[in-house]
Design a protein around this ligand. Sequence first.
Ligand code: ATP
Ligand code: MG
Ligand code: FE
Length: 339
Amino acid sequence: PLVLGIETSCDETGVGIVRGTTLLADTVASSVDQHARFGGVVPEVASRAHLEAMTPTVERALADAGVTFADIDAFAVTAGPGLPGALMVGVAAAKAYALSLGKPLYGVNHLAAHVCVDQLEHGKLPKPCVALLVSGGHSSILLVPDVATDVRSLGSTVDDAAGEAFDKVARVLDLGFPGGPLIDRAAREGDPGAIAFPRGKYADGTYDFSFSGLKTAVARWVEARERSGEPVPVADVAASFQEAVVDVLTHKALKVCKDNGVRDLLIGGGVAANSRLRALAQERCDRAGVRLRVPRPKLCTDNGAMVAALGSELVTSGLAPSELHLPADSSLPIEVITL
Ligand code: ATP
Ligand code: MG
Ligand code: FE
C-alpha cells in the first residue's frame, strides 16, 4: 500500500511516504532552532511551528515521492505519546486529509514507529526481536513479537531518558542544544576512560535504567573542576559520560536478548544516532552472536517515514483503521500500537 505518515509529537514536522517497506519520501521541517535559546523544546512554539509547516511539508513529500493525493491508499499519524498541543496539530491535519479524500486513517504509537522504521532500511523485522528504544523522552527495552500487534515493555528508565541526559550534560558543558550530536562530536577527541562516572542500575538484575545520578555526577565533577580554577577537559568529560550511558544501554539490551533467547536486537530513537552506541552495540552483539539492526541516523530521529512505515505494516497486517474521532493521547502506553 502507498501510505503517507505524519509526525508532530515533538519539534519535528515530519511527513513520510512509503510503498510497502519502500521509502519514497522523508521530509522533515524542524523548529529546533527556535527552541535552542531556551535549552529545551517549548511546547507552544512547537505547536505553532507544526501548524505553519504542515501544508508545505506534505506538499514537498508528495513532490519528492512523485505521487499525488489521489494515489495515497491510507494515512497514518502519530497519536501519541508526545506533547499534547503538538500531537493535536498532526492528528487534526491527518483527519482532514483522510476525510476529504475518503481514505482510511491509522493513529499510531510514536514509539512503535521508532521500531518499525527499520523495515524501510533492513527489510521485515524478525519475529520476535528485542528493541532498545532510546530518545529524548524515552528509554525502554521492548520485546517485540510483532510490531503491528504485540509490543511489550520489559524495562525502562526510572528517571531521565538517555537523550535527556545527553541534553542536560551538554548544557553543563556549554555545548548547546540539542546535546546528543554535540556530545557525540566532542567525545571523539576525548578519552572514554578518563573519568569513572557511575553506571546506575548496571548490575541490579532489572531491565530498568537510571540516568539522573550520572547527570548529577557529571555536573558535580565539572563544578569541582571549575572551583579549582583548572580548565574543564570537555572532550574527556563528554567521552566518559557517553561511555557510561552506552555501556549500561548495551549491557542491559544484550541481557534481555540472552534471557529471552532472542537473537535479533534493534536500536531505535534519536539516541540510536550516537556513533559510540552503534559501535559498542556492534562489538557486543558480535561477541554474543546477536544480529544488530540500527537504522541510519536520519531515520532514528523523529520523522514521518517511521509513521508511514508503521501505517503500512498495519494495513498489510489487515488491522482496522482508526475511527475519525481518534484522539491525540499524550501519554499513550507503548503496548497500544494503534488506536
Ligand atoms: P521521543 O521519541 O521520546 O518523543 P524526541 O521527540 O525527543 O523523543 P527523537 O528525535 O527520537 O525525539 O530523539 C531526540 C533525542 O536524541 C535528543 O535528546 C537528542 O539529544 C538525542 N540525539 C540525537 N542525536 C544523538 C547522538 N548522535 N548521540 C546522542 N544522542 C542523540
Ligand atoms: Mg526532536
Ligand atoms: Fe521520537
